[in-house]
Design a protein around this ligand. Structure first.
Ligand SMILES: [Zn+2]
Length: 267
């Protein structure tokens, strides 16, 4: 290699390193990180794929569940909370593992004051309007803070192997908790319409109370007013399991009816 070529190569390397260090943090923050698929969870793949300590490297806000569907996950302000089937909430152990989750580093792009809302479908309509105005083909993580007149959540009891599909597990082991006039935060994920094969299009809501003692997957709610903050996210990153059982799964199988059932409680 002559000197000119060596110099150009060195210059190119310096430039690409500079580009990396300038862009890397922002790119990583503007990414929805997903552990496995909602479809693998729905079909009964409940083995943990990554640890809580690793998930926290990919986001400070999000939702998910734990190995054996041992409770609903709420990630807020960098802490991973576990809303268990007995109604209690604990900070998840760093060594606990995760079969399904979506997290991101939350950077507020938009905010809105939400007016009186009497049910979850009205909330979805309101939020979808903001998303449509801003760009419906991005991902959104949304935090909604307020006092909720009604907050109905569910969690579930830990499953043992051999695992049943999620709708069968929830049929016997879902536990519901109905709260009134409770302060707290909803963590909501919006997936665009094209995500039907990897997750579920539209909204998915989890709740944690202000005092971090109650929480779960939201089935129904009502409030007089609340503050919403939206993080619009352009990137998507997914981690999968190399495990043989996972590799044997038919993940393109249409489980959308089962997903609807487990997400909304609709029979
Ligand atoms: Zn959920």
């Amino acid at each position: 290699m002559n000197k000119v070529k060596a110099f150009l190569l060195a210059a190119a390397m310096v430039l690409s390193l500079a580009a990396c260090s300038a862009q890397q943090p922002e790119t990583a923050r503007e990414t929805i990180y997903q552990v496995a698929l909602l479809q693998s969870l729905t079909q009964g793949y409940y083995d943990g794929i990554i640890k809580v300590s690793d998930l926290k490297k990919h986001g400070d806000t999000g939702i998910g569940t734990f190995e054996g569907v041992n409770g609903e996950m709420i990630v807020l302000d960098g802490k991973v909370y576990q809303a268990l089937g007995d109604g209690s909430v604990q900070v998840a152990d760093d060594n606990e593992t995760i079969p399904f989750s979506n997290v991101t580093f939350f950077d507020k792009d938009l905010s809105a004051t939400l007016a009186q809302t009497n049910d979850i479908n009205s909330l979805k309509e309101t939020l979808t309007k903001t998303v449509s105005d801003n760009g419906k083909n991005l991902f959104y993580m949304v935090k909604i803070t307020g006092e909720f007149k009604k907050m109905n959540v569910r969690s579930e009891l830990k499953q043992e192997k051999p695992y049943k599909s999620l709708d069968k597990a929830l049929a016997t082991d879902q536990r519901e908790f109905n709260y009134e006039n409770i302060k707290g935060t909803i963590v909501a994920l919006y997936c665009p319409d094209y995500m039907g094969g990897l997750n579920t299009p539209g909204w998915h809501f989890h709740f944690i109370s202000e005092d971090k003692t109650k929480g779960g997957h939201i089935l129904e709610l009502a409030f007089d007013s609340a503050q919403a903050e939206f993080d619009a996210t352009q990137g998507f990153d997914m981690v999968l399991s190399e495990n043989n059982e996972f590799q044997g799964m038919e993940l393109s199988k249409d489980v959308s009816d089962a997903i609807k059932k487990v997400e909304t409680n609709e029979k």
